[in-house]
Ligand binder design. Structure first.
Ligand SMILES: NC(=O)c1ccc[n+]([C@@H]2O[C@H](COP(=O)([O-])OP(=O)(O)OC[C@H]3O[C@@H](n4cnc5c(N)ncnc54)[C@H](O)[C@@H]3O)[C@@H](O)[C@H]2O)c1
Length: 275
């Protein structure tokens, strides 16, 4: 018996690292899963892989910035599996950070594109999925946010603002729809390592992140997928309107801890002495 037997899940950005792993995790718990992404060949490959493992899944490509595509993806899910119970709003503008560096140099089209993918897109998926959820008596919406939305940084301005919009959307939708059976939560993901990350984020940068993680490792896609499964299932039936950090404790402590830890450790060995 799976936690999600009889449920239908829709996963956006399902050709990506976290999305593909989440689709698998949901299917392993018995959900039938509709996968969608902009990148059609990669989407088809992930879907074929899941089918090969015996999971009941289907896919339809679409651009999350195009309302007609979103309407078509949701209609496909309803036609294929009869409705939607779980929406994992996971697609994200992950390839823009090298140009999302500062406000005076912000290309307006980059700002608009990032908001369109990260904030407008999840809102539109909610717009088309909610009617199906209401017909089925409720559901669970999980928005994939980021730790970047919770505090300041020296880059990723457009990305952080778009994820903060998702946090606000999460709380507003939870307030509006939880009384009608639709729970809405967000996951503020920390750094999640994925294949190819070594080129985009060299080891010495990863080490900086690692030094601030309380759990002494960087995140992997399954860490996010597991939280999606929990929020999708009845195990979390009393959880709604929350922004849940899945980041190994990266944002759970004072920013000075990584630097202070060896000093305090020294003081424990020689009480009263600053090392
Ligand atoms: N990896 C991390 O460290 C990290 C940290 C915090 C939050 N997140 C969030 O997790 C989610 C998944 O990210 P990931 O790490 O798997 O990255 P990824 O790049 O592997 O996956 C993102 C997916 O979104 C899809 N996508 C992008 N633009 C689209 C569009 N216009 N229409 C449809 N699909 C589109 C991409 O094709 C891709 O498959 C994103 O929302 C991201 O912001 C990731």
């Amino acid at each position: 018996m799976g936690l999600l037997d009889g449920k239908v899940a829709l996963v956006t950005g399902a050709a990506g690292s976290i999305g593909a792993e989440t689709a698998l995790a949901l299917a392993e718990q018995g959900a039938r899963v509709v996968l969608t992404d902009l990148r059609e060949p990669e989407l088809q490959a992930v879907t074929d892989g899941l089918k090969g493992q015996g999971h009941d899944v289907a896919c339809k490509a679409g651009d999350i910035t195009a309302e007609d595509d979103i309407r078509a993806v949701v209609a496909f899910a309803v036609e294929t599996f009869g409705g939607v119970d779980i929406l994992d709003n996971n697609a994200g503008a992950t390839g823009y950070s090298s140009r999302d560096l500062d406000i005076p140099d912000m290309p307006v089209e980059l700002w608009d594109q990032v908001q369109s993918i990260n904030a407008r897109g999840p809102m539109l998926f909610c717009k088309y999925v909610i009617p199906s959820m209401l017909v089925r008596g409720g559901g669970s919406i999980i928005n994939i946010s980021s730790g970047q939305s919770l505090s300041g940084d020296v880059s990723n301005f457009a990305y952080a603002a778009s994820k903060a919009a998702v946090n606000s959307l999460t709380r507003h939708m939870a307030t509006g729809y939880s009384p009608r059976g639709i729970r809405v939560n967000a996951i503020a993901a920390g750094l999640i390592i994925q294949p190819g990350m070594e080129q985009r984020l060299p080891a010495h940068i990863q080490d900086i992140f690692l030094s601030h993680c309380l759990v002494p490792r960087l995140g992997v896609p399954r860490d996010i997928a597991n939280m999606v499964v929990f929020l999708a299932s009845d195990l979390s039936s009393y959880v709604t309107g929350q922004i849940l950090s899945v980041d190994g404790g990266f944002t759970a402590h004072l920013p000075s801890v990584a630097d202070m830890r060896p000093i305090i450790d020294g003081m424990k060995k020689a009480p009263g002495q600053w090392s």
